[in-house]
Design a protein around this ligand. Structure first.
Ligand code: NAP
Length: 351
């Protein structure tokens, strides 16, 4: 028998959709993604980008305070025991995501830790779906909430040293021995670069932020925090020319090039390189099946509705949002997608 509603993705959009769908008795199943090396390198592990971040200060409802008791009480103890003990802050990204996952499960959401790799959307609902682990099933409605993942510059030398000093996730990798008490470099000028740079100063002796312009794109508060940090030095008007290193030591430095005087280069001795230059939506498995914009984000053809170009397929969160890209907006469209899907199913007598 076909599923009524399948949610693909496990960030704020996916879990919010699941909470609403479960509370509407739609018995949703969430494919939260697979825990494997490929997803780790691509930045597409379960629980999405927020699970790779530190404090979340702008998700309403979590002012600063000691969350320990609340987390102990709310989260399944099997998961809680692997989570970091809490300190006095609002909520961390991984905590927020575990709370959302737990909330969805509490209302009966089934969770499968696997990737969806193939969908047949051309032949209409119920849609045929295949997972990486070999599940094959049908679903009447689908919500795509696969989010976006971090970009790299695309240099050959970046690729060569992935896992040996090149990363796009300071929070995942920053505490590794190779980064401790050494100088590191972060490239980018947005909130991610500020956050990663500031976070890395916990471990590093020094953090260079290399930015191609003379002004950050980041929000004022995050830029000011980074600029006030004595361990951070900004290299303005500079691009990364090459990641330097060898097969034994991995990354040993970077060569940067001025964007004003292209002949001017400088080498920085660093043991780690962190890319923080924006994101690409996780839609490659949908190519040719759903309408996308030129950057690969899914299109919502009707304003204020989460329907995609295929009847019965809905999109929520960053996968369809190249503008706001916030946890709270993703949760908002996650809610909307579940309501849209519920109405769509009801119109077909499927609820
Ligand atoms: P972003 O705001 O798009 O910034 C990307 C940065 O990378 C820009 O400074 C851009 O430079 C630079 N860049 C892009 N391509 C580049 C290239 N090929 N070479 C060199 N530099 C390049 O991305 P983000 O920082 O990942 O933030 C994405 C969204 O998430 C934003 O809405 C942000 O507010 C949000 N976010 C929020 C938090 C938080 O509130 N805690 C934390 C992280 C992210 P230019 O400025 O020159 O274009």
């Amino acid at each position: 028998m076909a599923e009524r509603i399948t949610i693909i993705g496990s960030g704020p959009a996916g879990w919010t959709a699941a909470i609403y769908a479960a509370r509407a008795n739609l018995e949703p199943v969430v494919y939260e993604g697979a825990f494997n090396e490929d997803n780790r390198l691509k930045g597409t592990l379960p629980l999405g980008q927020l699970a790779q971040t530190t404090e979340v200060e702008n998700f309403p409802g979590f002012p600063s305070g000691d969350m320990t008791g609340y987390l102990d009480d709310s989260i399944d103890e099997k998961i809680r025991k692997y989570m970091a003990p809490n300190s006095k802050h609002g909520v961390s990204g991984p905590e927020l995501m575990e709370l959302m996952r737990q909330q969805a499960k509490n209302f009966g959401t089934r969770v499968v830790t696997d990737d969806i790799v193939d969908l047949d959307l051309a032949n209409g609902s119920p849609f045929k779906i295949k997972s990486l682990g070999g599940d094959e099933f049908e679903s009447h409605a689908i919500i795509i909430a696969t989010g976006a993942s971090a970009n790299y510059l695309g240099l050959e030398s970046e690729e060569r040293f992935k896992n040996m000093g090149v990363s796009a996730c300071a929070v995942c990798d920053g505490a590794m021995p190779r980064y401790r008490d050494n100088a590191l470099v972060v490239v980018g000028g947005g909130d991610s670069a500020m956050e990663e740079g500031t976070f890395l100063t916990k471990y590093a002796s020094k953090v260079y932020i290399v930015h191609r312009r003379a002004e950050f794109r980041a929000s004022k508060i995050m830029a000011e925090r980074a600029l006030a940090n004595p361990k951070i030095e900004v290299k303005w008007n500079s691009n990364i020319d090459e990641v330097l290193g060898d097969d034994t030591n991995g990354v040993t430095g970077v060569r940067i090039r001025s964007t004003i005087d292209e002949g001017q280069t400088e080498e920085l001795a660093v043991s780690g390189y962190f890319a923080a230059i924006g994101h690409t939506p996780n839609t490659s498995f949908l190519k040719g099946q759903l309408e996308m914009n030129d950057k690969g984000y899914l299109i919502w053809p009707v304003s204020h509705r989460t329907n995609t170009s295929v009847d019965g397929v809905f999109a929520a969160g960053d996968v369809a949002d190249d503008h706001y890209k916030q946890a709270v907006t993703a949760a908002g469209t996650g809610c909307a997608s579940a309501l849209d899907a519920e109405r769509w199913l009801a119109a077909r007598g499927l609820v």
